[in-house]
Write a protein that binds this ligand. Structure first.
Ligand SMILES: *[C@@H]1O[C@H](CO)[C@@H](O)[C@H](O)[C@H]1NC(C)=O
Ligand SMILES: *[C@@H]1O[C@H](CO)[C@@H](O)[C@H](O)[C@H]1NC(C)=O
Ligand SMILES: *[C@@H]1O[C@H](CO)[C@@H](O)[C@H](O)[C@H]1NC(C)=O
Ligand SMILES: *[C@@H]1O[C@H](CO)[C@@H](O)[C@H](O)[C@H]1NC(C)=O
Ligand SMILES: [Zn+2]
Length: 469
């Protein structure tokens, strides 16, 4: 049984792995057959034999669970004060569940240049495939995010099995980030051609996981001086001054060592009074040379084509450019810089299980695993129909009310390179994707004030959710 020493509550908050030694060695990766960049062996060293002193120190900030009015401002409050060396706002990855999420807030998080990844619809450990596929289908339909841009997965409760990786492969998910790296297995991201090389104590390393080309981005734990490792929400495990020292010591271990990406993995609901702890730490880390905050997707862009830190600012995936739409449309952005996002165009969808908003038409019932994309309440051809984003237009330029693409030039017309889910039973609205991996917009964490607002989208918007670039 996995997590035999971990209570459910602990798994939700601080994952505590007391003195765990790797019970089984990592599977052997054949470096003669594992050829970069299609295949990357687990290694504590940077790819392609690069000198650690020349590579960027990546810093991944991730959030988990519902994207909703109370959690988004918490997430944003840890981002708005910080900039990357190229002066772009920092970006983060959100492993989003749809349960309790507001689809319009998911869209806004993404439109600001951040990443949305799959965390199942209902937060289910070792999930059945419908939980994984339904999450992407519902977010594609009601948040407008193309499948090609939802490439990652994290298992709820970090509870996964070999079958989870089979599900991810079936859904063509490009990376998993559910495993924990401690001192002995502090690997850079690697591909799963030769199996999982982290969390070997659970037996996963000997179970024959083999998913060629699928990436694993280990969650590097914060290790305290006693050797205890904390995967998530480390602020819950000690006083502010003690945790602050742990963070700096662990960061230094990466930065002065072989520069494995350093990560902070949070549930916004548990951040509580630790905002200043993290903001001070992020400012301290960010002030050091060659430290870059990135989404997991940006990290993998670099892994596939690594460049010295001195060249990172020029990489397309690190730039921040916001689409100049020129007119206020329902696209998750404050197009007219009026201080609000999609204020008069969002539709509020009310269900017994909760309310949320969308640009793309309320469904007749709340999305569920059995029906992730229910029929729209207003059907095509009827007055008030919201036209889904077509494959020929990027979400940011698509006006679902006027059914118009506001940018047809080759500079901003994207095609969907995503593979739609093979298990689809409901016809899905078409979606868009950028062929060059650069979504072309920015604003990252350039969001919201830090105040936590009461639940409800109207309140979130009133609280100024919209302070995007
Ligand atoms: C992991 O998830 C499975 C399937 O939902 C569940 O049966 C099992 O109890 C979970 N394990 C833990 C430790 O939560
Ligand atoms: C938050 O509150 C707890 C409990 O009062 C305290 O131990 C901790 O140091 C506080 N953290 C910060 C960052 O202020
Ligand atoms: C894009 O193309 C459509 C159809 O050809 C046209 O109606 C629309 O005005 C164009 N939009 C722009 C911004 O050029
Ligand atoms: C793309 O954008 C650049 C810079 O704004 C411009 O010079 C170029 O003409 C554009 N190309 C097209 C096809 O619109
Ligand atoms: Zn979760």
């Amino acid at each position: 049984m996995r997590f035999s020493t971990i209570s459910l509550a602990a798994a939700i908050s601080a994952l505590f792995i007391a003195g765990v030694a790797d019970a089984q060695a990592a599977p052997a990766c054949d470096t003669t057959k594992c050829v970069f960049p299609a295949c990357v062996c687990p290694s504590v060293n940077p790819p392609k034999g690069m000198d650690p002193k020349t590579v960027p120190q990546f810093f991944t900030l991730t959030y988990d669970d519902a994207v909703q009015a109370p959690t988004v401002p918490v997430a944003a409050s840890l981002m708005t004060p910080h900039r990357n060396p190229n002066n772009c706002p920092i970006k983060a990855t959100w492993f989003a569940q749809t349960l309790y999420s507001d689809y319009a807030l998911i869209q806004q998080w993404y439109a600001a240049g951040n990443e949305i990844a799959d965390h199942t619809m209902n937060h289910i450990g070792t999930p059945p495939i419908e939980e994984v596929t339904g999450n992407r289908k519902a977010i594609n339909a009601f948040s407008g995010i193309p499948y090609a841009k939802m490439t990652g997965f994290r298992a709820p409760f970090l509870n996964y099995s070999k079958s989870t990786f089979d599900v991810l492969a079936q859904e063509k998910i490009q990376y998993d980030s559910s495993t924990t790296a401690t001192a002995t297995d502090a690997y850079w991201p690697y591909t799963l051609d030769y199996g999982v090389a982290n969390d070997c104590w659970t037996g996963i390393c000997t179970q024959g996981v083999a998913q060629p080309g699928m990436w694993e981005i280990p969650m590097h734990a914060i290790i305290d001086p006693q050797g205890n490792a904390y995967s998530m929400d480390v602020q819950l495990s000690g006083s502010a001054s003690v945790v602050s020292q742990w963070l700096k010591d662990n960061f230094n271990r990466h930065y002065q060592g072989t520069r494995q990406p350093f990560g902070i993995f949070l549930h916004p609901v548990h951040v509580g009074n630790a905002t200043s702890l993290y903001n001070e730490f992020f400012a301290w880390a960010g002030a050091q040379k060659d430290v870059w905050f990135v989404t997991n997707q940006q990290l993998l862009e670099w892994m596939k084509n690594p460049v010295p830190a001195s060249e990172l600012a020029n990489q397309p995936y690190m730039k921040c450019q916001q689409p100049a739409v020129g007119k206020e449309i329902c696209n998750g952005l404050d197009d007219s810089k009026a201080g609000s996002i999609d204020k008069d165009t969002l539709q509020m969808c009310n269900f017994a299980t909760g309310s949320w908003s969308t640009c793309y038409g309320c469904p007749t019932e709340n999305p569920s695993v059995t029906n992730p994309v229910p029929a729209r309440a207003v059907a095509a051809g009827q007055t008030g129909y919201r036209t889904p984003v077509p494959t020929t237009c990027a979400m940011e330029w698509w006006d679902p009310v006027g059914a118009q693409c506001l940018c047809n030039s080759s500079n901003c017309t994207f095609n969907d390179i995503a593979t739609q889910t093979p298990t689809a039973t409901t016809p899905l609205p078409t979606s868009t994707g950028s062929p060059n991996g650069n979504k072309g917009n920015s604003a990252a964490g350039q969001v919201m004030t830090g105040s936590v607002v009461t639940f409800g989208l109207a309140a979130a918007i009133a609280a100024g959710l919209a302070q995007l670039l």
